[in-house]
Ligand binder design. Structure first.
Ligand code: NAD
Length: 421
Protein backbone atom coordinates (compact mmCIF):
# COMPACT_ATOMS: atom_id res chain seq x y z
CA UNK A 1 0.00 0.00 0.00
CA UNK A 2 1.47 3.36 -1.04
CA UNK A 3 2.07 5.93 1.71
CA UNK A 4 2.19 8.85 -0.73
CA UNK A 5 0.08 11.86 0.32
CA UNK A 6 -2.07 13.72 -2.22
CA UNK A 7 -0.03 16.94 -1.55
CA UNK A 8 3.15 15.09 -2.50
CA UNK A 9 1.45 13.40 -5.45
CA UNK A 10 0.26 16.69 -6.97
CA UNK A 11 3.48 18.68 -6.59
CA UNK A 12 4.41 19.13 -10.29
CA UNK A 13 8.12 19.33 -9.49
CA UNK A 14 7.96 15.95 -7.69
CA UNK A 15 5.96 14.58 -10.62
CA UNK A 16 8.64 15.65 -13.08
CA UNK A 17 11.50 14.43 -10.88
CA UNK A 18 9.88 11.00 -10.38
CA UNK A 19 9.76 10.39 -14.15
CA UNK A 20 13.23 11.86 -14.64
CA UNK A 21 14.72 9.46 -12.07
CA UNK A 22 13.09 6.39 -13.67
CA UNK A 23 14.24 7.38 -17.16
CA UNK A 24 17.76 8.36 -16.05
CA UNK A 25 18.15 5.03 -14.26
CA UNK A 26 17.01 3.10 -17.33
CA UNK A 27 19.59 5.02 -19.37
CA UNK A 28 22.34 4.32 -16.82
CA UNK A 29 22.95 8.05 -16.83
CA UNK A 30 26.29 9.16 -15.46
CA UNK A 31 25.86 10.48 -11.90
CA UNK A 32 27.32 13.92 -12.62
CA UNK A 33 25.06 14.43 -15.63
CA UNK A 34 22.14 13.23 -13.52
CA UNK A 35 22.80 16.01 -10.98
CA UNK A 36 23.24 18.66 -13.68
CA UNK A 37 20.07 17.77 -15.55
CA UNK A 38 17.75 17.12 -12.63
CA UNK A 39 17.86 20.69 -11.28
CA UNK A 40 17.23 24.03 -12.99
CA UNK A 41 20.21 26.06 -14.05
CA UNK A 42 18.93 29.46 -12.85
CA UNK A 43 15.87 30.73 -10.97
CA UNK A 44 14.87 34.37 -10.73
CA UNK A 45 12.23 35.73 -8.33
CA UNK A 46 10.99 39.29 -8.84
CA UNK A 47 8.58 41.49 -6.90
CA UNK A 48 6.74 43.75 -9.31
CA UNK A 49 5.13 47.04 -8.29
CA UNK A 50 2.07 47.88 -10.39
CA UNK A 51 -0.17 50.97 -10.36
CA UNK A 52 -3.71 49.67 -10.01
CA UNK A 53 -6.75 51.45 -11.47
CA UNK A 54 -7.81 52.63 -7.98
CA UNK A 55 -4.56 54.62 -7.63
CA UNK A 56 -2.94 52.14 -5.17
CA UNK A 57 0.34 50.32 -5.75
CA UNK A 58 0.13 46.51 -5.64
CA UNK A 59 3.22 44.26 -5.58
CA UNK A 60 3.07 40.95 -7.45
CA UNK A 61 5.59 38.10 -7.28
CA UNK A 62 6.94 36.70 -10.54
CA UNK A 63 9.35 33.97 -11.57
CA UNK A 64 11.52 33.04 -14.51
CA UNK A 65 13.29 29.70 -14.33
CA UNK A 66 15.84 28.43 -16.86
CA UNK A 67 16.16 24.70 -16.48
CA UNK A 68 18.72 24.16 -19.25
CA UNK A 69 20.34 26.18 -22.01
CA UNK A 70 22.61 23.34 -23.17
CA UNK A 71 20.92 22.86 -26.56
CA UNK A 72 20.09 26.51 -27.22
CA UNK A 73 18.31 29.52 -25.69
CA UNK A 74 15.77 28.84 -22.96
CA UNK A 75 12.23 28.51 -24.31
CA UNK A 76 8.96 28.47 -22.46
CA UNK A 77 5.72 30.25 -21.69
CA UNK A 78 4.68 32.78 -19.09
CA UNK A 79 1.70 31.85 -16.93
CA UNK A 80 -0.53 34.15 -14.88
CA UNK A 81 -2.65 32.72 -12.07
CA UNK A 82 -3.45 32.98 -8.36
CA UNK A 83 -1.88 29.61 -7.54
CA UNK A 84 1.36 29.83 -9.55
CA UNK A 85 4.29 28.52 -7.45
CA UNK A 86 8.05 28.32 -7.91
CA UNK A 87 7.88 24.50 -7.88
CA UNK A 88 5.29 24.59 -10.64
CA UNK A 89 7.41 26.95 -12.77
CA UNK A 90 10.47 24.75 -12.12
CA UNK A 91 8.59 21.67 -13.31
CA UNK A 92 7.26 23.49 -16.38
CA UNK A 93 10.79 24.73 -17.22
CA UNK A 94 12.17 21.18 -17.05
CA UNK A 95 9.32 19.86 -19.16
CA UNK A 96 10.27 22.48 -21.76
CA UNK A 97 13.84 21.13 -21.86
CA UNK A 98 12.57 17.59 -22.45
CA UNK A 99 9.90 18.72 -24.92
CA UNK A 100 12.34 20.68 -27.11
CA UNK A 101 14.69 17.71 -27.08
CA UNK A 102 11.90 15.22 -27.96
CA UNK A 103 11.02 17.22 -31.09
CA UNK A 104 14.73 17.93 -31.62
CA UNK A 105 14.61 21.71 -31.93
CA UNK A 106 17.57 23.87 -30.83
CA UNK A 107 16.21 25.24 -27.56
CA UNK A 108 16.68 24.58 -23.89
CA UNK A 109 13.87 24.83 -21.36
CA UNK A 110 12.53 27.78 -19.36
CA UNK A 111 9.26 29.02 -17.91
CA UNK A 112 7.85 32.08 -16.21
CA UNK A 113 4.88 32.98 -14.09
CA UNK A 114 3.31 35.75 -12.06
CA UNK A 115 1.06 35.18 -9.04
CA UNK A 116 -2.03 37.28 -9.79
CA UNK A 117 -5.72 36.86 -10.53
CA UNK A 118 -6.04 37.97 -14.16
CA UNK A 119 -9.84 37.54 -14.09
CA UNK A 120 -10.01 40.39 -11.56
CA UNK A 121 -7.58 42.73 -13.37
CA UNK A 122 -8.32 45.32 -16.05
CA UNK A 123 -6.47 45.39 -19.39
CA UNK A 124 -4.53 48.43 -18.17
CA UNK A 125 -3.42 46.65 -14.98
CA UNK A 126 -2.42 43.55 -16.96
CA UNK A 127 -0.42 45.67 -19.40
CA UNK A 128 1.43 47.54 -16.63
CA UNK A 129 2.16 44.28 -14.78
CA UNK A 130 3.41 42.59 -17.96
CA UNK A 131 5.68 45.52 -18.82
CA UNK A 132 7.20 45.77 -15.33
CA UNK A 133 7.65 41.96 -15.19
CA UNK A 134 9.47 42.12 -18.54
CA UNK A 135 11.65 44.98 -17.31
CA UNK A 136 12.53 43.04 -14.12
CA UNK A 137 13.66 39.93 -16.04
CA UNK A 138 15.23 41.84 -18.93
CA UNK A 139 18.84 40.69 -18.39
CA UNK A 140 17.61 37.09 -18.29
CA UNK A 141 15.76 37.06 -21.63
CA UNK A 142 16.67 37.76 -25.28
CA UNK A 143 16.59 36.03 -28.67
CA UNK A 144 19.87 34.25 -27.90
CA UNK A 145 19.23 33.78 -24.16
CA UNK A 146 15.67 32.86 -23.31
CA UNK A 147 12.53 33.35 -25.41
CA UNK A 148 9.16 33.53 -23.58
CA UNK A 149 5.77 32.64 -25.11
CA UNK A 150 2.12 32.57 -23.99
CA UNK A 151 0.74 29.99 -21.57
CA UNK A 152 -2.29 29.90 -19.26
CA UNK A 153 -3.97 33.31 -19.03
CA UNK A 154 -1.46 35.01 -21.33
CA UNK A 155 -1.93 35.50 -25.06
CA UNK A 156 -0.79 37.30 -28.22
CA UNK A 157 -1.48 40.69 -26.62
CA UNK A 158 0.72 39.82 -23.62
CA UNK A 159 3.53 38.88 -26.01
CA UNK A 160 3.10 42.13 -27.94
CA UNK A 161 3.56 44.09 -24.67
CA UNK A 162 6.60 42.01 -23.72
CA UNK A 163 8.18 42.49 -27.15
CA UNK A 164 7.51 46.23 -27.05
CA UNK A 165 8.91 46.66 -23.53
CA UNK A 166 12.08 44.71 -24.36
CA UNK A 167 12.46 46.70 -27.60
CA UNK A 168 12.06 50.06 -25.80
CA UNK A 169 14.92 49.14 -23.47
CA UNK A 170 17.11 47.92 -26.36
CA UNK A 171 16.28 51.05 -28.41
CA UNK A 172 15.44 48.87 -31.42
CA UNK A 173 12.64 46.48 -32.38
CA UNK A 174 13.57 42.95 -31.35
CA UNK A 175 10.74 40.72 -32.54
CA UNK A 176 12.56 37.43 -31.79
CA UNK A 177 12.58 38.02 -28.01
CA UNK A 178 9.18 36.32 -27.60
CA UNK A 179 7.01 34.01 -29.71
CA UNK A 180 3.26 33.69 -29.96
CA UNK A 181 2.98 37.35 -31.09
CA UNK A 182 0.26 38.73 -33.37
CA UNK A 183 1.15 37.96 -37.03
CA UNK A 184 1.31 41.68 -37.78
CA UNK A 185 4.31 42.23 -35.49
CA UNK A 186 6.46 39.21 -36.26
CA UNK A 187 4.17 36.35 -35.25
CA UNK A 188 4.01 33.23 -37.36
CA UNK A 189 1.05 32.15 -39.38
CA UNK A 190 -0.30 28.92 -37.89
CA UNK A 191 1.16 29.50 -34.38
CA UNK A 192 -2.22 30.13 -32.73
CA UNK A 193 -3.57 26.73 -33.82
CA UNK A 194 -0.23 24.88 -33.64
CA UNK A 195 -0.59 23.14 -30.27
CA UNK A 196 -4.10 21.97 -31.21
CA UNK A 197 -2.89 20.87 -34.64
CA UNK A 198 -0.05 18.89 -33.07
CA UNK A 199 -2.57 17.19 -30.79
CA UNK A 200 -4.69 16.18 -33.77
CA UNK A 201 -1.61 14.72 -35.48
CA UNK A 202 -0.87 12.73 -32.29
CA UNK A 203 -4.46 11.43 -32.22
CA UNK A 204 -4.16 10.41 -35.88
CA UNK A 205 -0.91 8.57 -35.18
CA UNK A 206 -2.35 6.82 -32.11
CA UNK A 207 -5.37 5.68 -34.15
CA UNK A 208 -3.10 4.38 -36.90
CA UNK A 209 -1.08 2.45 -34.35
CA UNK A 210 -4.22 0.93 -32.82
CA UNK A 211 -6.03 0.33 -36.14
CA UNK A 212 -8.90 2.72 -35.47
CA UNK A 213 -10.69 5.29 -37.67
CA UNK A 214 -11.34 9.01 -37.05
CA UNK A 215 -15.05 8.77 -37.86
CA UNK A 216 -15.77 6.22 -35.14
CA UNK A 217 -13.63 8.01 -32.55
CA UNK A 218 -15.41 9.80 -29.69
CA UNK A 219 -13.36 12.50 -27.98
CA UNK A 220 -13.69 14.31 -24.65
CA UNK A 221 -11.62 17.44 -24.06
CA UNK A 222 -10.98 19.24 -20.78
CA UNK A 223 -10.27 22.95 -21.27
CA UNK A 224 -11.61 25.08 -24.12
CA UNK A 225 -8.80 27.65 -24.17
CA UNK A 226 -6.09 28.06 -26.78
CA UNK A 227 -5.08 24.39 -26.82
CA UNK A 228 -8.46 22.71 -26.20
CA UNK A 229 -10.60 24.83 -28.51
CA UNK A 230 -8.16 24.65 -31.42
CA UNK A 231 -7.74 20.89 -31.03
CA UNK A 232 -11.53 20.52 -30.84
CA UNK A 233 -12.13 22.66 -33.92
CA UNK A 234 -9.48 21.02 -36.10
CA UNK A 235 -10.49 17.52 -35.01
CA UNK A 236 -14.20 18.22 -35.51
CA UNK A 237 -13.50 19.53 -39.03
CA UNK A 238 -11.40 16.41 -39.73
CA UNK A 239 -14.24 14.02 -38.81
CA UNK A 240 -13.67 13.19 -35.12
CA UNK A 241 -16.75 13.20 -32.90
CA UNK A 242 -16.26 15.63 -30.00
CA UNK A 243 -18.77 14.34 -27.45
CA UNK A 244 -17.66 16.20 -24.32
CA UNK A 245 -16.10 19.51 -23.30
CA UNK A 246 -15.19 20.13 -19.63
CA UNK A 247 -14.61 23.72 -18.51
CA UNK A 248 -13.97 25.14 -15.03
CA UNK A 249 -17.54 26.48 -14.76
CA UNK A 250 -19.32 23.46 -16.20
CA UNK A 251 -19.25 20.84 -18.93
CA UNK A 252 -21.12 19.79 -22.08
CA UNK A 253 -22.03 16.36 -23.40
CA UNK A 254 -23.63 15.16 -26.61
CA UNK A 255 -23.26 11.48 -27.50
CA UNK A 256 -23.78 12.28 -31.19
CA UNK A 257 -20.96 14.85 -31.26
CA UNK A 258 -21.07 18.65 -31.06
CA UNK A 259 -20.82 21.32 -33.71
CA UNK A 260 -17.56 22.87 -32.47
CA UNK A 261 -17.71 25.87 -34.81
CA UNK A 262 -21.07 26.78 -33.27
CA UNK A 263 -19.61 26.26 -29.79
CA UNK A 264 -16.67 28.56 -30.55
CA UNK A 265 -19.18 31.25 -31.64
CA UNK A 266 -21.28 30.65 -28.50
CA UNK A 267 -18.21 30.99 -26.26
CA UNK A 268 -17.08 34.18 -28.04
CA UNK A 269 -20.54 35.70 -27.56
CA UNK A 270 -21.10 34.58 -23.95
CA UNK A 271 -17.53 34.12 -22.62
CA UNK A 272 -18.52 30.67 -21.34
CA UNK A 273 -19.40 27.30 -22.87
CA UNK A 274 -22.40 27.02 -20.52
CA UNK A 275 -25.94 27.00 -21.95
CA UNK A 276 -24.81 25.89 -25.41
CA UNK A 277 -27.92 24.60 -27.15
CA UNK A 278 -26.04 21.88 -29.08
CA UNK A 279 -25.31 19.74 -26.00
CA UNK A 280 -26.55 18.84 -22.53
CA UNK A 281 -24.99 20.28 -19.39
CA UNK A 282 -22.61 17.84 -17.71
CA UNK A 283 -20.44 17.69 -14.62
CA UNK A 284 -16.85 18.54 -15.59
CA UNK A 285 -15.13 16.02 -13.32
CA UNK A 286 -17.54 13.28 -14.44
CA UNK A 287 -16.61 13.97 -18.07
CA UNK A 288 -13.02 12.89 -17.38
CA UNK A 289 -14.28 9.41 -16.47
CA UNK A 290 -17.05 9.19 -19.09
CA UNK A 291 -16.91 6.52 -21.79
CA UNK A 292 -15.01 7.77 -24.89
CA UNK A 293 -12.16 6.71 -27.19
CA UNK A 294 -9.74 9.59 -26.68
CA UNK A 295 -9.45 11.79 -23.60
CA UNK A 296 -7.59 15.08 -24.03
CA UNK A 297 -6.86 16.98 -20.81
CA UNK A 298 -6.00 20.47 -22.13
CA UNK A 299 -6.49 22.69 -19.08
CA UNK A 300 -4.06 22.33 -16.21
CA UNK A 301 -1.94 19.99 -14.04
CA UNK A 302 -3.02 17.12 -11.78
CA UNK A 303 -6.42 16.30 -13.20
CA UNK A 304 -5.71 12.57 -13.42
CA UNK A 305 -4.58 11.37 -10.00
CA UNK A 306 -4.88 8.26 -7.82
CA UNK A 307 -8.39 9.56 -7.02
CA UNK A 308 -9.81 9.00 -10.51
CA UNK A 309 -7.23 7.10 -12.64
CA UNK A 310 -8.88 3.71 -12.11
CA UNK A 311 -12.19 5.13 -13.39
CA UNK A 312 -10.80 6.49 -16.67
CA UNK A 313 -12.54 4.69 -19.55
CA UNK A 314 -10.67 6.13 -22.54
CA UNK A 315 -8.19 3.66 -24.06
CA UNK A 316 -6.18 6.59 -25.46
CA UNK A 317 -4.97 9.62 -23.46
CA UNK A 318 -3.42 12.53 -25.37
CA UNK A 319 -2.06 15.15 -22.97
CA UNK A 320 -2.68 18.66 -24.27
CA UNK A 321 -1.90 20.28 -20.90
CA UNK A 322 1.46 20.07 -19.17
CA UNK A 323 1.50 17.61 -16.28
CA UNK A 324 -2.18 16.58 -16.27
CA UNK A 325 -1.33 13.08 -14.97
CA UNK A 326 0.53 12.45 -11.72
CA UNK A 327 3.33 9.88 -11.55
CA UNK A 328 1.25 7.68 -9.22
CA UNK A 329 -1.73 7.80 -11.61
CA UNK A 330 0.59 6.73 -14.44
CA UNK A 331 1.07 3.37 -12.76
CA UNK A 332 -2.69 2.80 -12.59
CA UNK A 333 -3.15 3.78 -16.26
CA UNK A 334 -0.26 1.55 -17.24
CA UNK A 335 -1.93 -1.45 -15.53
CA UNK A 336 -5.08 -0.62 -17.52
CA UNK A 337 -3.00 -0.52 -20.76
CA UNK A 338 -4.10 3.02 -21.62
CA UNK A 339 -2.13 4.24 -24.66
CA UNK A 340 -0.65 7.57 -23.51
CA UNK A 341 0.77 10.27 -25.73
CA UNK A 342 2.64 12.16 -22.99
CA UNK A 343 2.60 15.96 -22.64
CA UNK A 344 6.24 16.46 -23.62
CA UNK A 345 5.36 14.98 -27.01
CA UNK A 346 1.61 15.63 -27.39
CA UNK A 347 1.62 19.40 -26.87
CA UNK A 348 5.00 20.07 -28.53
CA UNK A 349 3.30 21.52 -31.63
CA UNK A 350 3.20 24.90 -29.87
CA UNK A 351 6.91 25.15 -29.21
CA UNK A 352 7.69 23.74 -32.65
CA UNK A 353 5.72 26.56 -34.31
CA UNK A 354 7.37 28.98 -31.85
CA UNK A 355 10.71 27.75 -33.17
CA UNK A 356 9.49 28.53 -36.70
CA UNK A 357 8.44 32.00 -35.52
CA UNK A 358 11.87 32.67 -33.99
CA UNK A 359 13.57 31.50 -37.21
CA UNK A 360 11.30 33.73 -39.34
CA UNK A 361 11.88 36.78 -37.09
CA UNK A 362 15.65 36.34 -37.27
CA UNK A 363 15.52 35.84 -41.03
CA UNK A 364 13.02 38.63 -41.59
CA UNK A 365 11.28 36.31 -44.03
CA UNK A 366 7.80 34.96 -43.32
CA UNK A 367 6.43 31.60 -44.41
CA UNK A 368 3.03 30.73 -45.84
CA UNK A 369 0.69 28.98 -43.42
CA UNK A 370 0.81 25.77 -45.46
CA UNK A 371 4.60 25.67 -45.05
CA UNK A 372 4.30 26.09 -41.26
CA UNK A 373 1.63 23.38 -41.02
CA UNK A 374 3.49 20.96 -43.25
CA UNK A 375 6.79 21.34 -41.35
CA UNK A 376 4.94 21.08 -38.04
CA UNK A 377 3.14 17.89 -39.02
CA UNK A 378 6.36 16.35 -40.26
CA UNK A 379 8.18 17.04 -36.96
CA UNK A 380 5.25 15.81 -34.85
CA UNK A 381 4.84 12.57 -36.82
CA UNK A 382 8.52 11.71 -36.80
CA UNK A 383 8.78 12.53 -33.07
CA UNK A 384 5.82 10.20 -32.38
CA UNK A 385 7.61 7.46 -34.31
CA UNK A 386 10.86 8.11 -32.40
CA UNK A 387 9.10 7.86 -29.03
CA UNK A 388 7.13 4.71 -29.89
CA UNK A 389 10.26 3.08 -31.33
CA UNK A 390 12.18 3.96 -28.15
CA UNK A 391 9.36 2.56 -26.02
CA UNK A 392 9.38 -0.75 -27.90
CA UNK A 393 13.17 -0.95 -27.93
CA UNK A 394 13.50 -0.39 -24.16
CA UNK A 395 10.28 -2.07 -23.01
CA UNK A 396 8.97 1.07 -21.28
CA UNK A 397 5.77 3.11 -21.61
CA UNK A 398 5.57 6.09 -23.96
CA UNK A 399 6.12 8.64 -21.20
CA UNK A 400 9.31 7.08 -19.91
CA UNK A 401 10.43 6.56 -23.52
CA UNK A 402 9.93 10.27 -24.26
CA UNK A 403 11.92 11.24 -21.16
CA UNK A 404 14.69 8.77 -22.07
CA UNK A 405 14.92 10.07 -25.62
CA UNK A 406 15.07 13.67 -24.36
CA UNK A 407 17.53 13.04 -21.53
CA UNK A 408 19.77 11.09 -23.91
CA UNK A 409 19.82 13.99 -26.40
CA UNK A 410 20.52 16.64 -23.74
CA UNK A 411 23.19 14.47 -22.08
CA UNK A 412 24.91 13.92 -25.42
CA UNK A 413 25.03 17.69 -26.03
CA UNK A 414 26.41 18.41 -22.56
CA UNK A 415 29.07 15.72 -22.99
CA UNK A 416 30.06 17.04 -26.43
CA UNK A 417 30.33 20.61 -25.16
CA UNK A 418 32.24 19.47 -22.08
CA UNK A 419 31.42 20.49 -18.52
CA UNK A 420 32.80 23.87 -17.38
CA UNK A 421 33.06 22.74 -13.75
P1 NAD B 1 -5.75 28.93 -21.76
O1 NAD B 1 -5.68 29.82 -20.58
O2 NAD B 1 -5.92 29.51 -23.12
O3 NAD B 1 -6.94 27.84 -21.57
C1 NAD B 1 -7.09 27.02 -20.47
C2 NAD B 1 -8.57 26.67 -20.41
O4 NAD B 1 -8.76 25.66 -19.41
C3 NAD B 1 -9.45 27.84 -20.04
O5 NAD B 1 -10.58 27.90 -20.92
C4 NAD B 1 -9.85 27.57 -18.59
O6 NAD B 1 -11.12 28.09 -18.26
C5 NAD B 1 -9.85 26.04 -18.57
N1 NAD B 1 -9.61 25.47 -17.25
C6 NAD B 1 -8.70 25.86 -16.32
N2 NAD B 1 -8.75 25.07 -15.25
C7 NAD B 1 -9.72 24.15 -15.51
C8 NAD B 1 -10.24 23.06 -14.78
N3 NAD B 1 -9.78 22.74 -13.57
N4 NAD B 1 -11.24 22.33 -15.35
C9 NAD B 1 -11.69 22.63 -16.58
N5 NAD B 1 -11.25 23.66 -17.32
C10 NAD B 1 -10.26 24.41 -16.78
O7 NAD B 1 -4.43 28.03 -21.67
P2 NAD B 1 -3.78 27.17 -22.84
O8 NAD B 1 -2.73 27.98 -23.48
O9 NAD B 1 -4.85 26.53 -23.66
O10 NAD B 1 -3.02 26.06 -21.98
C11 NAD B 1 -3.68 24.91 -21.46
C12 NAD B 1 -2.63 23.88 -21.07
O11 NAD B 1 -1.84 23.55 -22.21
C13 NAD B 1 -1.63 24.33 -20.00
O12 NAD B 1 -1.24 23.21 -19.25
C14 NAD B 1 -0.46 24.82 -20.83
O13 NAD B 1 0.77 24.79 -20.10
C15 NAD B 1 -0.47 23.78 -21.93
N6 NAD B 1 0.20 24.18 -23.18
C16 NAD B 1 -0.16 25.31 -23.85
C17 NAD B 1 0.46 25.61 -25.07
C18 NAD B 1 0.05 26.79 -25.89
O14 NAD B 1 0.54 26.90 -27.03
N7 NAD B 1 -0.82 27.66 -25.45
C19 NAD B 1 1.49 24.78 -25.54
C20 NAD B 1 1.82 23.63 -24.84
C21 NAD B 1 1.17 23.34 -23.66
Amino acid sequence: MSTITIEHEINPWESMAARFDVAAKKLNLDEGLWKIMRYPNRELIVHIPVSMDNGQIEVFTGFRVQHSIARGPGKGGVRYGPDVTLDEVRALASWMTWKCAVVNIPFGGAKGGVICDPKKMSMGELERMTRRYTAEIIEFIGPEKDVPAPDMNTNEQTMAWMMDTYSMHMRQTVTAVVTGKPVNIGGSRGRREATGRGIMVMCDEALKKLNRQRESTRVIIQGFGNVGSNAAKLMHDAGYKIIGIAEWDGGLYNAKGMDINALVEHRERNRTVKDFSGADAADSSELLVTDCDILIPAATENVITTRNADKIKAPILVEGANGPTTAAADEILSDKHVFIVPDILANAGGVTASYFEWVQDRQGYFWKEEVVNEQLEHIMRSSFEDVVRYSEMHGVNNRIAAYMLAIDRVAYTIKQRGIYA
